[in-house]
Design a binder for this molecule. Structure first.
Ligand code: HEM
Length: 228
């Protein structure tokens, strides 16, 4: 590849990463402020997510928004091999914080599903419950393998957890892109249109599958030294 084409590709990659980081921060801000308002105020006029008199369901859903936003912001720097090598203690401490946050986020989402159920019913419950279950499994595996000093497998599970944590942002990006392109075709306010039904699983399963393909195609040593 000619050097100017390579430079152009690099610039495009940096611009894309910066754009995604900005969208991620905006979503994290939305999620934290929604969660904080939901924990402190009665939002029944504003959102179906508020359960009148439902202390535990409200605590579960609104605290999961704040904790989910926190792990989304903490996760990307963990991928940097340079930061990891220079400040291993920060990597470790942040890793534990992400573990606790991921477990609490997933348990909050799962508790809400058990207590209230999602807006669209059984299939959406299943998609989101599987999402929560996978986050729990990836968080436990990533920490367990790091503690066992099996760092090659730790990185693989940490990458899976990263992809899953970003799923929540990806879900909103799918909707934003789709509404821009089609003005909400096959999507309903109750999230039970054909587009919505695909989204119950499409914000994490295809990305996990792509990661698995990438992991299998890379030489073993490269995976062991991959960022994350
Ligand atoms: C990873 C970080 C996460 C963030 C930042 C996050 C954020 C949010 C936000 C902001 C909402 C409100 C809906 C909206 O305004 O779009 C929401 C809804 C919801 N989230 Fe999460 N979430 C995360 C992870 C999870 C996980 C792991 C589960 C697992 C079970 C989950 C389950 C739910 C459920 C069930 C709803 C309600 C869906 C409905 O009925 O409308 N979330 N989340």
């Amino acid at each position: 590849m000619a050097s100017h084409t390579r430079r152009l590709c690099k610039c495009a990659g940096v611009a894309l990463a910066a754009g995604l980081a900005l969208l991620g921060l905006l979503f994290a801000f939305y999620s934290v402020s929604f969660g904080a308002r939901g924990l402190g105020l009665d939002l029944s006029d504003e959102t179906h997510l508020h359960t009148p008199g439902g202390g535990l369901a409200n605590l579960a859903i609104f605290s999961h928004m704040m904790l989910g936003a926190a792990i989304m912001v903490l996760a990307p720097p963990q991928l940097s091999a340079r930061l990891r090598a220079r400040w291993p203690r920060i990597h470790r401490a942040t890793g534990y914080a992400i573990f606790i946050g991921a477990v609490a986020t997933a348990l909050g989402g799962l508790a809400y599903i058990a207590l209230r159920g999602t807006v669209a019913g059984t299939m959406m419950d299943a998609g989101f419950a599987l999402y929560g279950g996978l986050i729990l499994a990836a968080a436990v595996q990533a920490v367990r393998l790091a503690r066992a000093r099996d760092f090659a497998r730790h990185r693989v599970w940490a990458l899976r957890l990263f992809v899953l944590v970003m799923g929540s942002l990806i879900y909103r990006l799918h909707y934003a892109g789709w509404y821009l392109l089609t003005d909400g075709l096959w999507s309903t306010p109750e999230l039970d249109g054909p587009f919505d039904q695909v989204q119950y699983f499409a914000f994490y399963l295809p990305y996990l599958a792509a990661l698995e393909i990438w992991l299998r195609r890379r030489p073993r040593a490269a995976v062991a030294h991959a960022p994350g």
